[in-house]
Design a protein around this ligand. Structure first.
Ligand SMILES: [Fe+2]
Ligand SMILES: [Fe+2]
Length: 200
């Protein structure tokens, strides 16, 4: 069976994993190298923003009952960030030019929602992590066997982010005043930040 036959005919149901990153791209789609650059750049930016969100939350809620669990999530974001700081160097990817913006916006988002209360802070976490879950799932689906290690990293971090979402839900996120509007705004902002950080 040729490669093409194996790809097109081999499976039914779920889409098969790409054998190579950037496989099946159309004219005008980014090259495999550009796909990797975007992935490393945006994930570095996202993990940077995530640790700033938790720093903002802790600045407001440092003495409150939820602080311990926020500190635990913050420590995980720090370790995610360290991995992408290493990958930025190893893969020779330019970091986003928007990092100074995410420095401020991440902290402001964390502190701003925390000022609305612990449940609003948790609602912010749930919304961000839901957006990141979609984002990491999409990346994992685009990475081929040639990038199995990066794909495993993305999948492992995705599992941590889903745990953060669940922690937020367990701590009353959905009981926050104006939950739906808050969640929608934070998700839209997160998706915009992702879109920008892939490109700029
Ligand atoms: Fe993270
Ligand atoms: Fe997270």
């Amino acid at each position: 069976m040729s490669d093409v036959e194996e790809r097109e005919g081999g499976t039914s149901g779920a889409a098969p994993r790409p054998r190579r990153t950037g496989e099946g791209r159309l004219p005008g789609d980014p090259s495999p190298r550009a796909v990797i650059e975007r992935i490393v750049r945006v994930d570095h930016a996202g993990e940077y923003g995530a640790q700033r969100i938790y720093e903002g939350q802790l600045a407001v809620l440092g003495g409150r009952p939820s602080a311990a669990v926020i500190r635990k999530m913050h420590a995980q974001e720090r370790s995610h960030l360290e991995t992408f700081e290493r990958l930025i160097v190893e893969r020779r990817v330019r970091p986003t030019l928007l990092q100074p913006l995410w420095h401020l916006a991440g902290f402001a988002l964390g502190a701003g929602t925390a000022l609305l209360g612990e449940k609003a802070a948790m609602a912010c976490t749930v919304a961000v992590e839901e957006a990141i879950d979609e984002h990491y799932a999409d990346q994992a689906a685009r990475l081929g066997e040639d990038e199995a290690e990066l794909r495993a990293t993305v999948e492992a971090f995705r599992a941590d982010e889903l745990e953060h979402r669940d922690i937020g839900l367990e701590h009353g996120a959905e009981e926050a005043p104006g939950y739906r509007a808050l969640s929608g705004a934070v998700k839209t902002g997160s998706r915009l930040a992702i879109w920008l950080s892939e490109r700029i």
